[in-house]
Design a binder for this molecule. Structure first.
Ligand SMILES: Nc1nc2c(ncn2[C@@H]2O[C@H](COP(=O)(O)OP(=O)(O)OP(=O)(O)O)[C@@H](O)[C@H]2O)c(=O)[nH]1
Ligand SMILES: [Mg+2]
Length: 400
C-alpha cells in the first residue's frame, strides 16, 4: 500500500525533470542567438541546410559539386566580432582554383587569411579544380577554414581549348617560347589556367549566389591585421576591382594582346567608361600598352563587373583570336586592361593597407597602424605613385 502510494507520487517528478531540461536548453539557445552572431549563423536554417548537404537555395548541389561543408568550430572562433550581423556582411566568398597537389601550400594561405581576417568574419570558400578534389584536400581545407567550404569541378568546356584552336600550331608556339626561356612558356595547363581565370571562373555555378570574390592562391602571405571588412568596403564605396601589387607583364607573353584589344574597343566604343584609366595602362594615349597590370593572384572583385556584357564580350573577342593558346596571355593583364577601360577610375581600388606577398614579390604598407610583419621599404610598388597613377597623372607601375 505504502509503496503504491509512493509510486503514485513518482510520475510528476519523472516528467518534470526533462521538462525543466528542455526549458533550460531553449533559454540558453535564445540567449546565445542574441549574444553571438556566429552562434546565430550556425544555428540558422541556412546552416542546417548546408549541414544536410543542400545548397543555399535548399537545392541539392550540382552532381559534380561537393556539398558545402559546415564550418569547423575552433577555439579561436571566440574571437568572432559579435557586432557583425548579416546586413553588415557582404555577399561574398573566397575563390581558390587549385590542384590536389597544392593542398599544403593552400593550407598555408588559408591559415594566414584566417588569422589576419576571416576568423572574425567566417566568409565561405569556393574551391575549384579541373580534376575532382581528393578527400585529403577537402578534409584538410575544410578543417582549417572558419566558413563553409564548397568544392566544384570545372567543366571541360570551360577548361580545355576551344575547337577553333589549331593544336599543332599551339604546340609549335609553346616550343618557341620554351626555347626563348619564357616562364611557363612550354606549359599547356598554365595557359588553360590563365584562360579559365580570365573568362570562366566567375561563371561557375558555385559562384552564382555571390556578389564579390577574393582570390587566394597557394603560398601567399598576409602581413598585416585586416581589421575591417574589405568586401563591405568594396560594396559600400561602389568599388568593382581591388588590387594590392602592380607590375609589368613579360612582353614575350602578350605580343598581340593590345592590338586585339584595340580591335575590340574600336568595334565597341560604347563599352569604354568615361572617364577611364587608359593613361594608367598606356603611356602614349592608347597606341601601345605599357604592360602595367594588377597582379591578379590577389584580387577582390565585384562579380557583376566580370559578368557584365562589356567584360564577357571582351573575353569572347580575345578568346576568338587564340592568344591564350598561341601566345601566353595571363589573366592579370586581361583583368587589368578591362578594369582600366571599362571601369571608372574611382571604381578601382588599391588596397595599399593590405600587406601581401606572393613569391617573389610583395607589398608592405608604409603606415604602421595595421601592425604588419614586414619591412615597408621592401615593396614592389611605387607607393603613392601607384595610387596617383590610377588618377591618370602618371603611367608608372610597380617595379620589376
Ligand atoms: N586545378 C588547377 N589549378 C591550377 C592549375 N594550374 C594552376 N592552378 C592554380 O591556379 C592558380 C595560379 O597558378 P600558379 O601556379 O600559382 O601560377 P602563378 O601564380 O602565375 O605562378 P607561381 O605561383 O609563381 O607558380 C593557383 O591557385 C594554382 O593552384 C591546374 O592545372 N589545375
Ligand atoms: Mg601563384
Amino acid at each position: 500500500m505504502s509503496s503504491r502510494l509512493a509510486g503514485s507520487r513518482v510520475p510528476p517528478l519523472r516528467f518534470l525533470a526533462p521538462l525543466v531540461a528542455v526549458v533550460v536548453l531553449v533559454a540558453v539557445h535564445l540567449v546565445a542567438v542574441h549574444q553571438s552572431d556566429s552562434y546565430a549563423r550556425h544555428a540558422s536554417v541556412q546552416s542546417l541546410k548546408l549541414t544536410l548537404g543542400l545548397g543555399s537555395d535548399g537545392m541539392i548541389p550540382l552532381a559534380h559539386d561537393a556539398a558545402p561543408s559546415s564550418p569547423t568550430r575552433h577555439s579561436w572562433d571566440t574571437d568572432t566580432d559579435t557586432s557583425l550581423n548579416s546586413s553588415s556582411r557582404a555577399n561574398a566568398a573566397f575563390v581558390i582554383l587549385a590542384r590536389n597537389s597544392d593542398v599544403w601550400e593552400i593550407l598555408d594561405s588559408i591559415r594566414g587569411i584566417e588569422d589576419r581576417f576571416n576568423r572574425r568574419y567566417h566568409y565561405p570558400y569556393v574551391f575549384l579544380n579541373d580534376q575532382p578534389f581528393s578527400d585529403e584536400f577537402k578534409r584538410h581545407t575544410s578543417g582549417i577554414a572558419s566558413g563553409p567550404c564548397s568544392y566544384g569541378l570545372v567543366p571541360k568546356e570551360h577548361w580545355e581549348e576551344p575547337d577553333w584552336i589549331d593544336e599543332d600550331k599551339a604546340a609549335v608556339e609553346r616550343q618557341k617560347m620554351a626555347d626563348n626561356k619564357v616562364i611557363y612558356g612550354d606549359s599547356r595547363t598554365y595557359r588553360r589556367m590563365c584562360r579559365y581565370q580570365s573568362g570562366w571562373f566567375f561563371r561557375h555555378p558555385l559562384l552564382a549566389q555571390y556578389d564579390y570574390y577574393w582570390r587566394i592562391e597557394p603560398s601567399v602571405k598576409f602581413f598585416c591585421d585586416i581589421d575591417y571588412d574589405p568586401f563591405v568596403y568594396m560594396r559600400d564605396h561602389g568599388k568593382k576591382y581591388g588590387w594590392t601589387i602592380s607590375l609589368y607583364e613579360y612582353e614575350a607573353t602578350i605580343p598581340t594582346l593590345w592590338d586585339v584589344t584595340k580591335e575590340f574597343t574600336a568595334a565597341h566604343p560604347e563599352y569604354l567608361a568615361s572617364p577611364n584609366s587608359l593613361s594608367w595602362i598606356s603611356s602614349d594615349n592608347g597606341t601601345t600598352y605599357n604592360r602595367c597590370h594588377f597582379w591578379s593572384n590577389f584580387e577582390i572583385g565585384a562579380l557583376d563587373f566580370l559578368r557584365s556584357e562589356a567584360y564577357v564580350e571582351y573575353f569572347a573577342h580575345l578568346d576568338r583570336s587564340g592568344g591564350f593558346s598561341y601566345e601566353r596571355w595571363g589573366d592579370a593583364p586581361v583583368h587589368s586592361i578591362a578594369a582600366a577601360l571599362f571601369l571608372k577610375p574611382e571604381e578601382v581600388h588599391w588596397f595599399h593597407d593590405i600587406g601581401y606577398r606572393h613569391p617573389p614579390f610583395q607589398h608592405c604598407p608604409k603606415d604602421s597602424a595595421s601592425r604588419c610583419g614586414c619591412n615597408p621599404q621592401d615593396s614592389n610598388n611605387f607607393g603613392t605613385d601607384a595610387e596617383r597613377s590610377l588618377q591618370g597623372d602618371s603611367g608608372r607601375c610597380g617595379a620589376l
